[in-house]
Design a protein around this ligand. Sequence first.
Ligand code: MN
Length: 283
Amino acid sequence: MRLVSFDDYRIGVLTDAGVVDVTDVVPDVPAPLKSSRMLLLIEDWDALRPKVEAAAGKGKPVPLDSVRLLAPVPAPRKVYAQPTNYRAHVEEMKDSPFAHGGEAVPADMGMFLKATSAVVGPADTIILPFPDRPIHHESELVMVMGKRGGSIPVEKALEYVFGYTCGLDMTVRGKEDRSKRKSYDTFAPIGPWLVTADEIPDPADLEITLWVNEEQRQHAFTKDMIVDCPNMIANMSWVATMEPGDLIFTGTPDGVGPVVDGDLVTINITKIGDLALRAKARE
Ligand code: MN
């Protein structure tokens, strides 16, 4: 199933005929909390899924381009990320002036957090905070967690995944801590929708491509991750308990490069779709 957040934090199912609004199936929330509706749906998915399916079958679809898509999980509680998770990217960063202390990061030990306020969706714009520093795209598969869990065993890890989406781990290159360089507002675009995990039984079986304007910059297979998705969940949940709707950016392949004012950045992941955002200089 493809789930979208749209307009005023409404929840929809994307069908071949368009978006069907299923917001009424999700428990009611006070207005200031409506950005958390998707978290409630994910948390209570086993009970709500039949109702969502029934509502999606009965409702009247509207064309996808008639709604304003938001980040499918607009207000996650946490955004985990895995650094340098493909060998070719480790290699390309080794000689880079932006390498951390000149050494490649041991990816199996890695985890950092991005500010949740950096999360934006397909209808938004990537705001570039500096005109004179390199700001790079990193195309990444993003896992959306479905259940609360700490110290999740690796063999059960995928049972905790609710679904998958595309993500851009936007990054200012430099020597500051990752959390600062990757937490600027708009630096965590995700979308265009959330594909439930039943449609992607093996997250190691996906292909990622990224273009800047017409130029293909990144192309990789998720089977080439250094730390695979189950191990990432095990490692990260051993540190910080995972909660429904938490996002995990799974690391970028090689081919990272600069994004400048006016660029259109497009990521495609097989079985998910295309996420495209325009970049603009901060005023
Ligand atoms: Mn990254």
